[in-house]
Design a protein around this ligand. Sequence first.
Ligand SMILES: [Zn+2]
Ligand SMILES: [Zn+2]
Length: 121
Amino acid sequence: MPPDRKFQCVAVRSPRGATTTEIDWADGHRSVYPHAILRGYCPCAGCQGHSGTIRYIEHTEAQLDLEDLEVVGNYALRLQWFDGHGTGLYSYRYLRALCACAECRPPESTAAEAHPDLPRV
Ligand SMILES: [Zn+2]
Ligand SMILES: [Zn+2]
């Protein structure tokens, strides 16, 4: 199995009004992302600045509604939020690193904190 199947997205499920988005990966893994995580780790320069470290950005409940989701090339998703924010390009590599399931993260780490090793996108 080529190593990059891990970073190939085969399906995205984000029903309107849902609070999570699901991604199926080509290696058979499934990730479920609470929107609080996706928004909190928005990778755009407006949210993250230009420092090398990815930070969790605080947001309000109202900012967690996803309006649209667009596949960009073969490597990323662009998320458009209802409040108009939509510059964040979430590469598959980045999304895979954000996966907080039991298999990807040790049980003691909580989803909203401690992603020290996220790749810079
Ligand atoms: Zn952003
Ligand atoms: Zn996972």
